[in-house]
Design a binder for this molecule. Structure first.
Ligand code: SAJ
Length: 404
């Protein structure tokens, strides 16, 4: 393996596995590493443990052709990619311990001219910290290996396309490292590759997702204002966006997923005094979910006062965004939980057309739910909901603009 181009990929999750498969499809040997033996076993059978279109085909092909193998421990290679999670400790502080343990795992294997790249979303300065860790343990390698940061920016659901076609930002700890990393990515990426330093590349990833979070917060704030002002926020935004330099995003029931609702905290934790808009945007987007749950509650009370009986409620959608089956960090799921916590013997119909069952929620078909319920709360603008015919006597709470 030593004489051939070879890659060790630490972390075989939502980004690591597609990237490993893509590199392997380009006939570069990839040794994938994951701490979970079941993940390793699944991949070695040519199968996958996550939902992502076209990934199954890519992994099956890469394993069959012998370019991708998985194990729980790394081996010697030329390039080491760190693609592990960076979760949060208490008080929304980023936890880089997985990046550190992945680095410690490859440390004894590093040799002169090797390339070490972090792709995990990381606080600014992480790559330099890992460089210091490597040189503290292996002083003979100082200045003789290449160290870089290169974040991914793929959209779940379209990963296999975007991995190849999106532009990438590559930041080395020195110019030689940047160049070496660029040559590596050039092998399998068709998008443009943009050179910078490691700190700028780290901040770039955080800023991309924070920028989207801030823009969504603006739309969510407008939705709160318009609710009080008795203005249809969807119509308002569509009209404002007719201005050639205005492009307002869509309000919803909050911001979910494990990137946009998380990455801004990496900036706020390090620069609390300076990141006022970024921090406030997080608060607005979190508040929006709470507000939606409160609106459902108010609507229930109003219905009971008006009709002298308890209403039944349909909760439409649990996923973190339209047309996916991913419920991680989903504001809709949070709202459904809150509504059920407030329940007082009303019937609830929980709907999520993209999954067949859930261990907490009893799911109902979306047509049946809208037929049965008195109050229909749309949380996620799934395509199925857009063509539903709803009778006029129902109370509709459209939090995601499905009827806009
Ligand atoms: N949302 C709104 N209004 C909008 C757009 C989105 O409320 O107008 C909500 C969605 O419903 C969802 C959340 O925002 O709850 C995030 O969805 P998303 O589609 O904006 O983004 P993600 O989390 O699926 O992927 C993001 C992408 N980042 C950007 O668009 C800047 C993706 O390119 C990144 O690679 C990914 O985060 C990541 O891994 O960091």
């Amino acid at each position: 393996m030593n004489n051939k181009p070879s890659v060790v990929m630490i972390g075989l999750g939502y980004i690591g596995l597609p990237t490993a498969a893509l590199i392997a499809q380009n006939k570069i040997y990839v040794h994938g590493v994951d701490i979970n033996p079941r993940v390793v076993e699944t991949i070695n059978q040519g199968k996958i443990h996550i939902v992502e279109p076209e990934l199954d085909i890519a992994v099956a092909e890469a394993v069959k052709e012998g370019y991708l193998k998985a194990k729980t421990t790394p081996i010697e290679a030329n390039t080491y990619l760190i693609v592990v999670p960076t979760p949060f400790k208490a008080k929304n502080e980023p936890d880089i311990s997985f990046v550190e343990s992945a680095t410690r795992a490859v440390l004894p294997l590093l040799k002169v001219d090797d390339l070490y790249i972090i792709e995990s979303t990381s606080p600014v300065g992480t790559t330099e910290k890992m460089m210091q860790l490597i040189y503290a343990e292996r002083p003979e390698l100082e200045g003789k290996i290449n160290i870089a940061y290169c974040p991914e920016r793929v959209l779940p659901g379209n990963v296999m396309y975007e991995l190849v076609h999106n532009d990438r930002v590559i930041g080395g700890v020195d110019e030689k490292s940047t160049e070496k990393a660029l040559t590596f990515y050039r092998e399998f990426i068709k998008g443009d590759l943009h050179k910078t330093n490691a700190r700028t590349a780290e901040m770039c990833k955080l800023v991309e997702n924070s920028s989207r979070d801030v823009q969504i917060a603006f739309a969510n704030e407008l939705s709160l204002i318009c609710d009080k002002a008795d203005i249809n926020v969807w119509e308002l935004i569509a009209l404002a966006n007719k201005h050639p330099r205005v492009n307002i995003l869509q309000p919803g029931c909050g911001v979910g997923g494990h990137c946009i609702a998380v990455d801004p905290y990496f900036i706020v934790a390090e620069y609390p005094m300076e990141s006022k808009i970024i921090g406030t945007a997080r608060e607005i987007n979190n508040y929006k979910s709470f507000w939606c749950a409160e609106k459902v509650q108010t609507s229930k009370l109003e219905f009971e006062l008006k009709h002298g009986r308890k209403p039944s409620i349909a909760i439409m959608g649990l996923a973190f965004k339209p047309n996916i089956d991913d419920l991680r960090e989903s504001p809709a799921k949070y709202i459904a939980q809150k509504v059920l916590q407030n329940a007082n013997n009303e019937a609830h119909y929980i709907v999520e057309p993209n999954i067949t069952e859930h261990k907490v929620f009893k799911l109902t078909n979306y047509r049946e739910a809208t037929k049965q319920a008195d109050i229909i709360a749309f949380l996620v603008a799934h395509d199925e909901f857009k063509t539903l015919k709803i009778s006029e006597d129902k109370v509709v709470l459209d939090f995601c603009g499905v009827y806009k």
